[in-house]
Write a new protein. Structure first.
Length: 372
């Protein structure tokens, strides 16, 4: 039977010395979900995790695990497994002893003996044959696998991972995050993962919560966070982006000018002949300031006279100058200047572009945000 192990935070606030670390945070994490908290240093990710684990007590609001309010339940009785950034293995215990330590409060699941359970976990984490080593005889990645095995030993309902990969080098981080994701799926265990690395968050999660300054900016599947950022903060924090400030110049039909002076931009739409502004859905006030968020891969460099992008409103074209080109292996990152503003373009062209270029984008690929 799959345990009911959904996790909910209901209007949780936590402060340290009257300084708020979390303000009114509400989250619902489903059973079996891989849920990631991402945000810059100091935004409250670890505090959220420690509050779920029972190491911090909310000043207001409540935490529920499996539908039960866990106020007053000590960490060891919350049936959560925790892995921290710094492994926290006991240096003078062997790998087997370290994993067995995870069973100090609870018996192994399914009537297994401690020895059987430890063997099973070492196999799961590809650490068979290393049981008699001490932590200093292991690489950082292996130590973190032991920490994961220890956290999983009692068969917790919920796994909490606090930046488990941040002490490892980039390549190992990428490998181990796949291992974590595979094990999470194999065990179907509700997992809450903390990272400041937005690309890691997008790569392995079912859903992501972006946190800034103790509050939630956006919660959703990785694709939605990336493609439809809800706030300027999310648009800037997650992935490369171009943010262009503009102003609504007409509402029927709704259009936005990107010209710094608020007048007509040089943008032209081929579908509308001499149209000079960008169509945008759902804007009702003229003169309102908005920010256009457009991903570098949504901008393309077109040859003059070539066919344009599709889209019901026709593509927008901009005449820009190439300033710097970075070769990334699978693409070029092209830094362009358009009307005194930098635009980043990602292109898989065979040759690096140079000089004056025409940039094109489908307005439907852009997101409009409230201006700051
Ligand atoms: P990082 O990525 O740097 O670990 P984080 O997003 O996990 O950051 P938290 O550790 O949750 O952030 O901290 C949130 C805020 O609460 C920060 O301003 C931090 O300084 C403060 N804070 C956290 N723990 C304590 C504590 N025990 N005492 C005082 N302030 C604290």
């Amino acid at each position: 039977m799959v345990p009911v192990s959904d996790v909910a935070l209901r209007e949780v606030s936590v402060a340290f010395d009257d300084v708020p670390a979390l303000e009114d945070v509400s989250l619902s994490i489903e059973t079996g979900e891989f849920f990631t908290l991402v945000g810059p240093s100091g935004c409250g990710k670890t505090t959220t995790l420690r509050t779920i684990a029972g190491f911090e007590t909310p000043d207001s609001g409540r935490v529920e695990i499996g539908g039960e309010d866990v106020a007053g339940v000590p960490p060891e009785n919350r049936h959560v497994g925790i892995v921290f950034q710094n492994y926290a293995l006991f240096p003078h215990m062997t790998v087997r002893e370290n994993v067995a330590y995870g069973l100090r409060y609870r018996d192994p699941p399914d009537g297994k003996s401690t020895g059987e359970r430890v063997t099973e976990l070492l196999e799961l984490l590809d650490m068979k044959g290393m049981g008699d080593r001490e932590p200093e005889e292991l690489s950082g990645g292996q130590q973190q696998r032991v920490a994961l095995a220890r956290a999983l030993a009692p068969g917790p309902d919920v796994l909490l991972l606090d930046e488990p990969l941040s002490a490892l080098d980039a390549r190992l981080r990428e490998r181990l995050r796949v291992v974590i994701r595979e094990i999470q799926q194999e065990l179907d265990i509700t997992t809450i993962y903390v990272t400041h690395d937005q690309s890691e968050a997008l790569a392995i999660s079912d859903r992501v919560a972006v946190i800034a300054d103790g509050h939630l900016e956006q919660v959703g599947p990785p694709e939605a966070i990336y493609r439809e950022p809800a706030t300027r903060f999310v648009a800037e924090f997650v992935g490369d982006n171009n943010l262009l400030d503009g102003v609504v110049v007409s509402t029927d039909p709704p259009r936005v000018s990107l010209d710094p002076g608020g007048g007509l931009a040089e943008a032209t739409t081929t579908a509308h002949g001499s149209g000079t502004t960008i169509p945008v859905d759902g804007v009702s006030d003229t003169n309102r300031e908005v920010t256009l968020s457009i991903r570098p891969e949504s901008l393309s460099i077109v040859e003059d006279g070539s066919s344009r992008l599709g889209g019901s409103n026709g593509p927008i074209t901009l005449s820009a100058t190439v300033e710097t080109v970075e070769f990334m292996g699978d693409a070029y990152r092209v830094h362009c200047e358009w009307q005194g503003r930098e635009l980043l373009v990602k292109t898989d062209a065979d040759e690096p572009p140079s000089g004056t270029v025409t940039l094109s984008f489908d307005p439907e690929s852009a997101t409009f945000l409230e201006a700051p």
